[in-house]
Design a binder for this molecule. Structure first.
Ligand SMILES: [Zn+2]
Ligand SMILES: [Zn+2]
Ligand SMILES: [Zn+2]
Length: 496
């Protein structure tokens, strides 16, 4: 093999998902969050795509909790689908829970043995398990390392296997390869740079023995949902751990979460969102359903008729066809110090909130949004946008949802000349600007202007899908790029 390339490699390692979706299997260990496996993978992948994608992703085995359970192949297939369209390749290493290693590898279009990336050789091992879960490296496996080393002199080798090789793990359960000393000898003699494993869910930091680095990736399925970013520069190795769970400081509240009442909802449910909010480390969650959607049919909502003919709201109410009161009743049962309830409201053609008078009070939070402008503003959209925004602020909303998304969504240029006037309006009315990445790219210049004017920033996932709840990594990164850290960040965050 002709191995050329630069002498650096960025790896991301994800281990131990233990996913159970459709398989007939109940994972007995709750900490494994088996039902979240595919979602954890999706969250990790989104994180990679939004920050810095690696040269290669390694899935370190135990993708499912029981590969032999009926239906496990569907779960593997669901995980494979999560990988579609990635901008980087994926290597899969079979684990003891995955069932037949050949099926696993063929599902993901991979194979054991040598993979070459950027001047590095990555060797995937399929170790053999006895009925007591003890894993052993075969003679062929041991020979592969020395064969590859002698046929590629000087090319750095990275060894990948599910079970830890080194250090020896003190436990009644056999974590290490049984013949790990032989494996270590082979790695050292062949000049292996780094050996990466999974399987030990708590993970183990990078440790050197006989010139070889050994690292164990923690399980993605257990809190705080960690994975590893590994950078190789020549033979230098650096390992950085990243967690999907939010840091404890600053405490963060998601001010914009939808429910199954939304016509545009995909998988979001109140119970699912609350579970995620806690697991991913939020200190509160606010359900803010589209008010217009709670009054009228999906047709009358999407056509904008509810804002052009606001008397429709009353008509739906009189005919007993609106869902506002059942929504409120259901949400009130969930209300706690952690869960708050609100609405995402819009402005009708007369400049009023699309909300009936008797429904206006008693919410913890109104989030105001411009999704569409009433037709009276079609001649001058910039002016209309200003007017509608001011109407929202006048009418008691405390957060302006996804400012300026209206323009981008409608294929219009964002009127940057309105950044300052909108920021001033927000300041005057004491309303926070929402940082929102749901089908949206917030403009740093607008938020810069908000900070200059002393406007607070609210964090919203605008979740219509469960995997969005509590995913504030992009938000925090955005604020850091604006120069906000620690207490400075706390200072500007809106707290309901
Ligand atoms: Zn495992
Ligand atoms: Zn929606
Ligand atoms: Zn929304």
């Amino acid at each position: 093999m002709d191995v050329n390339g630069r002498d650096s490699l960025d790896l991301v390692v994800v281990a131990d998902l233990h996913y159970v979706g459709r398989a007939k299997r109940t994972c007995p260990i709750l900490e494994r969050n088996a039902h979240l496996g595919n979602e954890l993978l999706r969250r990790a992948l989104r994180r990679l795509e939004l920050s810095s994608p690696p040269d290669v992703l390694v899935l370190m085995g135990d993708l499912v909790d029981d590969g032999e359970a009926p239906g496990a192949e569907e779960d593997l297939e669901a995980l494979r689908e999560e990988l579609e369209g990635l901008s980087f390749p994926v290597i899969v290493v079979p684990g003891n829970h995955d069932g037949d290693p050949d099926r696993l590898l063929s599902t993901f279009g991979d194979r054991p043995g040598v993979h070459e990336f950027e001047g590095y050789l990555l060797l995937t091992f399929v170790d053999w398990y006895d009925p007591q879960d003890r894993a052993e490296r075969s003679g062929d496996g041991l020979k592969l390392v020395s064969d590859v080393a002698s046929s590629h002199p000087g090319v750095p080798i990275v060894a990948l296997q599910h079970n830890p090789v080194y250090p020896p793990i003190e436990s009644t359960y056999p974590y290490n390869l049984t013949n790990f000393r032989e494996v270590m000898k082979a790695y050292s003699e062949s000049g292996v740079v780094l050996s990466i494993s999974g399987h030990l869910h708590r993970g183990h930091e990078l440790t050197y023995a006989d010139g070889v680095g050994y690292v164990v990736c923690p399980a993605l399925c257990e809190e705080p949902f960690r994975f590893l970013r590994i950078t190789l520069r020549g033979r230098d190795v650096s390992v950085r751990e990243e967690a999907l769970k939010l840091p404890e400081e600053p405490s963060l509240v998601d001010v914009h979460v939808h429910t199954h009442y939304a016509y545009c909802a995909s998988t979001v449910t109140t119970s699912g969102a609350m579970e995620r909010a806690e697991k991913f480390g939020l200190s509160g969650i606010m359900f803010t359903e589209h008010a217009g959607q709670l009054y009228v049919s999906s047709e009358d909502y999407w056509s904008g008729r509810f804002m052009e003919e606001p008397h429709l709201l009353r008509r739906y109410r009189n005919e007993g066809k609106d869902r506002m009161r059942v929504y409120r009743k259901e949400m009130e049962e969930l209300r706690s110090s952690f869960v708050k309830l609100g609405l995402e409201v819009e402005i009708d053609r007369y400049g009023n909130l699309s909300l009936l008078e008797e429904d206006a009070d008693g919410w913890d939070l109104l989030v105001g949004a411009v999704h569409k402008l009433p037709q009276v503003h079609s001649k001058d959209e910039e002016r209309g946008f200003m007017e509608v925004t001011e109407s929202l602020l006048k009418n008691g909303v405390r957060v302006l949802a996804h400012p300026f998304r209206f323009f981008r969504r409608n294929g219009m240029e964002v009127p940057r000349c309105l950044f300052r006037p909108i920021a001033r309006l927000l300041k005057d009315y004491g309303v926070a600007a929402e940082l929102n990445f749901h089908t949206n790219e917030p403009d740093p210049d607008f938020f810069e202007t908000c900070l200059e004017e002393g406007v607070k920033v609210a964090l919203g996932s605008d979740a219509h899908d469960l995997y969005e709840v509590g995913d504030f990594a992009p938000h925090l990164e955005f604020l850091r790029r604006l120069g906000l850290e620690g207490d400075d960040m706390k200072e500007v965050l809106f707290f309901p």
